[in-house]
Design a protein around this ligand. Sequence first.
Ligand code: CP
Length: 315
Amino acid sequence: MTPPTLRSKDLLGIEPLSPEEIALILDTAESMSSIGQREMKKVPALRGRMIVNLFFEASTRTRFSFETAEKWLSADSLNFAAKGSSVEKGESLLDTARNLQAMSPDLIVIRHGTPGVPHFLARNLKAGVVNAGDGAHEHPTQALLDALTLRRHFGRLSGLTVTITGDILHSRVVRSNIWLLTKMGARVRVCGPPTLLPPGIAEMGVEATHDFDAALDGADAVMMLRMQLERQGSSYFPSTREYFKRYGLTAPRLARAHPHAVVLHPGPMNRGVEISSEVADSPRSLILEQVSNGVAVRMAVLYLLLTGHSWEGDA
Ligand code: CP
């Protein structure tokens, strides 16, 4: 049975969530997505609540979709970027967070390059904490918006075969997606060059291969991951040209997947490295739908965490 709300004050990852909690977030996001279709994109659901967006790493989609979700739900937002803050004078993370806490926010949304930082804040602060990406660990709201996109397209997650290809080693998106898709009954294949496929990944309940053509065979959805050049201290493949030849998603390659297969990418894309423009801009690409669904998922997460009850609509 779907629970009326989430068990925790925080959303730190997909790993601790039950399938019922995941379904609750997706169902709530589905109901809330109509808010964005209205002429007046605002409901009073979180009026008087304060949310701090604490971004220590660059972001376009996650940061702006949290801000959009907060505005549409009438919450007050404070936006913090490490650059230009007292972090540049050496203030620690905990002191920064404690000072923000002193202004009584109800929720903190944090992106940080170090795994576990959202968990550390959740243990030390009264406010709820949402993980907006912690190092190569988890990016729970990305996996939730990917799931919403797939569920809206196929009407289900259970029984789908999803191939995830690229920089598996450095990807927080893949870890959250593996947790989510396997909990919801999908079959997951991960694929990448040997240097970017961590040993032991199959223990997460996925099939792992270096053979992209085999990984695509009959797949319902193909999720391409960004080559995270900024996290790669040394060279993991001979050249981006060579990488594209072996692991880039092109139209002829996509033909190996199921004829109804769709394409996802969390962004930002490296066109001509992991995906061709022909595929990224094709009708089979759901990449911009993912972005739109990101606002609905973030509204659902904020609402469920802050109110402690399910969404009945605002009418
Ligand atoms: N998908 C994602 O996290 O994108 P941003 O880094 O732009 O937020």
